[in-house]
Design a protein around this ligand. Structure first.
Ligand code: ATP
Length: 217
């Protein structure tokens, strides 16, 4: 269990805060809007009212005790940047910031934050992926162009071996896990037959995974 601080309790900040709470963490939510701080006090570990452009006010909040601070102010770029600068000066090491525009992103990247988040773009990309490859229910980038993908084989899928499925990409694509109803097989063998409704967790470079996608229909 870790403690996080989320600055800005708009839709994005609040959703991230509540998810963290559901995952078993504690969250301090900060907003300058008194009504929002009061409204969400019962759902988060604590909520504080603070104008985060005020460095002295931020100093009082012991932000360094948080595992990470998420700055979730989108519209007011000046407030987001000032807040980020202040919390960096206060010694917070892990800072995630929501950016709304390219200019916002550029300045944040100069400030050296841990991660700049573009919720609309990231969600848009995920939705496009889902529309393009409906059998891919989730994916995770693990760097250097490699991905772990969670594939649900559709009802139209004809039984075939894993060997056949990854033919031509045996050296780059690895089937990490096969789930059939309640049964889970780790590193299933190449001769294992997969069928409709199976869930496969696969690892490999994006280009190779895209090439085998038509075989997953
Ligand atoms: P959403 O997540 O709803 O899309 P958004 O990107 O439009 O939000 P804003 O609504 O601008 O972002 O900001 C999110 C929250 O941050 C709001 O609740 C707002 O009151 C709060 N906020 C903005 N400026 C400050 C500030 N200087 N200090 C503290 N909180 C602030």
């Amino acid at each position: 269990m870790a403690h996080f601080t989320v600055i800005g309790l708009g839709r994005f900040g609040l959703t991230a805060s509540i998810e963290l709470i559901h995952m078993g963490h504690t969250v301090t939510g900060i907003d300058k809007d008194e009504k929002l701080a009061e409204q969400y006090a019962g759902q988060l570990t604590q909520t504080l009212i603070c104008d985060v452009t005020d460095e002295r006010a931020l100093k009082e909040l012991n932000l360094c005790q948080s595992e990470a601070v998420l700055v979730a102010i989108g519209e007011d770029m000046q407030a987001s940047l000032l807040c980020t600068l202040h919390i960096k000066n206060l010694g917070v090491k892990d800072i995630w910031v929501k950016a709304n525009t390219a200019a916002h992103h550029t300045i944040l990247s100069k400030l050296g934050v841990t991660r700049i988040v573009h919720p609309e773009e990231e969600m848009g990309a995920r939705v496009a992926q889902a529309l393009n490859y409906p059998m891919v229910s989730d994916y995770l980038s693990v760097g250097h162009g490699n991905y772990i993908v969670d594939i649900h084989l559709p009802l139209t899928f004809q039984p075939t071996s894993i060997k056949q499925l990854i033919k031509g990409f045996e050296n780059s694509i690895h089937c990490l896990l096969l789930k059939r109803e309640q049964e889970v097989t780790q590193s299933p063998s190449a001769s294992h037959i997969v069928r409709e409704r199976d869930t496969l967790i696969m690892y490999g470079p994006k280009e190779a995974l895209v090439r085998i996608a038509p075989r997953l229909k």
